[in-house]
Write a protein that binds this ligand. Structure first.
Ligand SMILES: Cc1ncc(COP(=O)(O)O)c(C=O)c1O
Length: 375
C-alpha cells in the first residue's frame, strides 16, 4: 500500500501528462514558457487572487514574500509551533526572530489567543518589532482567519498564509491561498497539487508586491530584464516541464480529487470513530485532507500502532515529531512565557495514515481493521 499513491494518479492522467511533456521537449522551451504562464493564470483564478508567481519551491515562495515585505533584523515573526520549518526559516535567515505560538487542540492550527499573548509579550519586552504572522493551514485544515486577521489588525501585523498543505481547501467560501497580504504554496510531489520535482507559487492581490516578488525570483531584475538588476534577489523559477505536469493535475484536483479526498476522509471517520480522536474538521470550510491524522494515547502506544501497521504493510508518517520551539536550531530562542502544552501533546501522539484521492474502500478497510486490532 502507498502512503500517497502518485503512481495511481499518474496512471489516471498519463495521456495528458505524457502529451504535455512531449510538447515541452518538442518546443525546447524549458525555463518559463507557455505552460508556466497558463498555470499562473489558472491557479490565480482557482484560489481567487489577482496575481500568481510560480517559483522553485514553497520555501523560496516564502522567502520572496518575506523579502518583499521587508522582514528582517529586529522584527518578530509569529508562527505556529507545529508546522514544517519552512514556514519561518526564511524569515530567520533574513535576520528576523521567530516567536512561536501554541496551537489550538480543536484545529491543530495557530491559536489566536496564544498569538495575542505572544504579541503582547514581545511588545512588553520592547526588544523586537512585531512585524508579521505566518498562518499555516496545517495538514490542509484552514485557519480561523476571522480571529487571526482581528489580531493582525489590532497590532498592525502583516499576515502571510502558508498554504503549502491546503491547495483545494477553503474557509467561509474563500479558497486557501487567498488569505493575507501574500500567500504561498508548495508543489512538492506529495502535496495536494504536486509536481514531479520541486515547485511552488506565490499569490497576492497587490500589484506592487507582485512585481517585486517576480523581480526577486529572477535575481532582482528590473524593467530592462534580467541584466538590469535593481535589487538583490535570487534564482527561483518553475520549469516549463513542471508547469506542463501541473496543469492536468490542477484540472483533476478541481474536478474530482478534492471531492474524492473528502469521501476517503468520511470513510475513515465512519470506521474509526470511537477508537481514536478523529482529525478536526473546519466548522465553516473545506479541508484539503493533505493528511489524515490520528492521535494515539501516548508516544508508547503510537510506537506500537505504527509497528503493527508496518507488519501489515501499511505505511504511516508523523507530521511532525517535534514542535518548532524544541528543534535544535530554535532551542535558544526566547519563548516569551509560552509553554506550548497543546503543541507538545500533539507532537507526542500524532500519526498519519494513507490518504490520497485514489484510495479505495478495500485498502481503507484494511487500514481500519489493522488500527482497531492494534488497539
Ligand atoms: C507547511 C509547509 N510550508 C512550507 C513548505 C515548503 O515547501 P517546499 O518543500 O516546496 O519548499 C512545506 C513543504 O513541505 C510545508 O509543509
Amino acid at each position: 500500500m502507498e502512503f500517497i499513491d502518485l503512481k495511481a494518479q499518474y496512471r489516471a492522467l498519463k495521456s495528458e501528462i505524457d502529451a504535455n511533456i512531449q510538447a515541452v521537449l518538442d518546443a525546447g522551451q524549458f525555463i518559463g514558457g507557455a505552460y508556466v504562464e497558463a498555470l499562473e493564470e489558472k491557479l490565480a483564478a482557482y484560489v481567487g487572487r489577482k496575481h500568481c508567481i510560480a517559483c522553485g519551491n514553497g520555501t523560496d515562495a516564502l522567502q520572496a514574500a518575506y523579502m518583499a515585505l521587508g522582514v528582517g533584523a529586529g522584527d518578530a515573526v509569529f508562527c505556529p509551533d507545529v508546522t514544517f520549518i519552512s514556514s519561518v526559516e526564511p524569515a530567520y535567515m533574513l535576520g528576523a526572530v521567530p516567536v512561536f505560538c501554541d496551537i489550538s487542540p480543536d484545529s491543530y492550527n495557530l491559536d489566536p489567543a496564544s498569538l495575542e499573548r505572544q504579541v503582547r509579550a514581545v511588545l512588553a519586552e520592547g526588544r523586537l518589532t512585531p512585524k508579521a504572522v505566518v498562518a499555516v493551514d496545517f495538514l490542509g485544515n484552514p485557519c480561523d482567519y476571522d480571529a487571526i486577521e482581528a489580531v493582525c489588525e489590532k497590532y498592525g501585523l502583516l499576515l502571510l498564509e502558508d498554504a503549502a498543505q491546503s491547495t483545494g481547501a477553503s474557509y467561509k467560501g474563500r479558497m486557501c491561498g487567498s488569505f493575507g497580504i501574500v500567500s504561498t504554496t508548495s508543489f512538492f510531489p506529495a502535496k495536494t497539487l504536486g509536481c514531479y520535482g520541486d515547485g511552488g507559487a506565490i499569490f497576492t492581490d497587490d500589484d506592487l508586491l507582485a512585481a517585486w516578488m517576480r523581480s526577486i525570483c529572477v535575481h532582482g531584475k528590473g524593467p530592462g530584464g534580467k541584466y538590469d538588476n535593481v535589487r538583490v534577489g535570487f534564482n527561483s523559477r518553475l520549469d516549463n516541464l513542471q508547469a506542463a505536469i501541473l496543469l492536468p493535475k490542477l484540472d483533476a484536483l478541481a474536478r474530482h480529487e478534492i471531492r474524492d479526498r473528502q469521501a476517503a476522509a468520511q470513510r475513515y471517520a465512519a470506521g474509526l470513530s470511537g477508537a481514536f480522536p478523529l482529525p478536526p474538521v473546519p466548522a465553516q470550510g473545506q479541508h484539503s485532507w493533505y493528511q489524515y491524522t490520528l492521535l494515539a494515547e501516548d508516544s508508547g502506544q503510537r510506537e506500537r500502532i505504527i509497528r503493527r501497521l508496518d507488519e501489515e504493510g501499511i505505511p504511516t508518517n508523523i507530521y511532525y515529531p517535534t514542535p518548532q520551539h524544541a528543534l535544535p536550531v530554535f532551542r535558544g530562542l526566547a519563548s516569551y512565557g509560552e509553554t506550548f502544552p497543546h503543541a507538545t501533546d500533539y507532537c507526542s501522539r500524532t500519526f498519519s495514515i494513507p490518504m490520497h484521492p485514489y484510495l479505495d474502500e478495500t485498502q481503507q478497510e484494511k487500514v481500519i481493521r489493522a488500527l482497531r486490532e492494534a488497539l
